[in-house]
Design a protein around this ligand. Structure first.
Ligand code: FAS
Ligand code: PHB
Length: 396
């Protein structure tokens, strides 16, 4: 008979991305134990290239968690960003409009900081955990089983946090008749390139050109991150670095492209664009957070930030429960998160709708896009609507 090793903890967290790691850190800071399980290796997780912009609330939450030191020293504060349309450009002055800035700091670096901090503080993260399977989620005593190096394990806990991303196991552990999905898949993707080159501009540029959307971003003053809209089924191997930079130059316009420094790609990949929400974000003692519960198109720079706000609410609710036995915020968790999630879904959909070329757009819809751009770049209220969402709506 195979011996199953039993582990006991207060919260079992499935997923060692930003959601799971930040939750584990916030719980630890409150003296609550957790075990984090991830099917990938540490090296794989720390090599992923994902988000680059942190909202004001995310910066505050990371500082509160005690993981913001390198972000403060290496991150770059941005007081605005440019939107462009057919060669025109307009700066959304975040600082003047909202009094707030955003922080440019790569998710890759943030994940490395979180893992290092958790392990330095004795955190339990099981990498390369196979066949992670949550069960007994409505029993009050959930169990999460997994295998590692041929050994079987059972994690006995009070709560399970499903932080395992869009293709994880947690969300699908909710019976089909107890969950509802809302989804929109966009008819294009983003081809992204990372290079050790000086960014083309001091701030981000989101541009809608008749050839397609382009985004000029960065990771530091010497590392650039660029994206161009591409067909959803595009083959990344079709794109040489030169072809990418040629296309980017066409979309950002001659004047801006004159300052574009080319360099070998460190990474090149295509991300699909979708809007997705699972309701509710709780089932029994399973709580979903981050991409496990929702996906936004990256046009609003919200995916990582929404994950952080979910975790802010979940940690607050779990700490309150364990410290005072009060479950008010736990019981309200799904509704509190979803109210914010849908507002962020709206903003990400809105920015994607205004800034991309849609193959099936009628001439009328193309005029609506231009009119939206003309409105937000010539109206204080219009620019404010973008600015207050981009720096991040206040946490409830
Ligand atoms: P994550 O997906 O980051 O982490 C989930 C973790 O769970 C992973 O480590 C995975 O290995 C693990 N896991 C999955 N299934 C498991 C299982 N069965 N058992 C155990 N572990 C399991 N957001 C932005 O704001 N801007 C961007 O530019 C941007 N670009 C992106 C590009 C790509 C290609 C992708 C996929 C996402 C991008 N995002 C972007 C969104 C991204 O940053 C997410 O919002 C963020 O990673 C969410 O973090 P988590 O919820 O922790 O999920
Ligand atoms: C990035 O730098 O990867 C990035 C920045 C802003 C976005 C999306 C991606 O909206």
């Amino acid at each position: 008979m195979e011996l199953v090793k039993s582990i006991k903890t207060q919260v079992c967290i499935i997923g060692s991305g930003p959601s799971g790691l930040l939750l584990s850190q916030l719980l630890h800071n409150a003296g609550i134990e957790s075990v984090v399980l991830d099917r990938q290796s540490r090296a794989h997780i720390e090599s992923r290239i994902r988000a680059g912009v942190l909202e004001h609330g995310s910066v505050e939450t990371l500082l509160e968690a005690g993981v913001g030191e390198r972000m403060l020293s290496e991150g770059i504060l941005h007081d605005g960003f440019d939107v462009g349309f057919d060669g025109e450009r307009f700066r959304i002055d975040l600082k003047a409009l909202t009094g707030k800035s955003v922080m440019i700091y790569g998710q890759t670096e943030l994940t490395r900081d979180l893992i290092a901090t958790r392990l330095d503080q004795g955190g339990s993260i099981v990498f390369s955990a196979d066949n992670v399977t949550p069960s007994d989620l409505e029993s009050g005593n959930p169990v999460v089983r997994y295998e590692k190096e041929g050994e079987q394990y059972e994690v006995h806990c009070q709560f399970v946090a499903g932080c395992d991303g869009f293709r994880g196991v947690s969300r699908e552990s909710i019976p089909q008749d107890r969950r509802k999905y809302f989804e929109r898949v966009y008819p294009f993707g983003w081809l992204g390139l990372l290079s050790d080159t000086k960014p083309v501009a001091d701030e981000l540029i989101y541009a809608n050109h008749e050839r397609g959307f382009a985004l000029c971003s960065m990771r530091s003053n010497t590392r650039s991150r660029y994206y161009i809209q591409c067909p959803a089924d595009e083959d990344v191997n079709k794109w040489s670095d030169d072809a990418f930079f040629d296309e980017l130059s066409l979309r950002i316009g001659e004047e801006t492209a004159a300052g574009l420094e080319r360099g070998p790609s460190l990474e090149k990949s295509i991300a699909p664009l979708r809007s997705f929400v699972c309701e509710p974000m709780r089932f029994g003692n399973l709580f979903l957070a981050g991409d496990a519960a929702h996906i936004v198109p990256p046009t609003g720079a919200k995916g990582l930030n929404l994950a952080i706000s979910d975790v802010h609410y979940l940690a607050r609710a779990m700490v309150e429960h364990f410290k005072s036995g009060n479950s008010v915020h736990l019981d309200a968790y799904s509704q509190i998160c979803l109210t914010r999630v849908w507002k962020v879904e709206r903003f990400s959909w809105y920015m994607s709708s205004m800034l991309h070329q849609f193959p099936d757009h009628s001439p009328f819809e193309k005029r609506m896009q231009r009119a939206e751009y003309d409105y937000v770049t010539r109206s204080h209220a219009g620019a404010m609507a973008i600015a207050e969402n981009y720096v991040g709506l206040p946490y409830d």
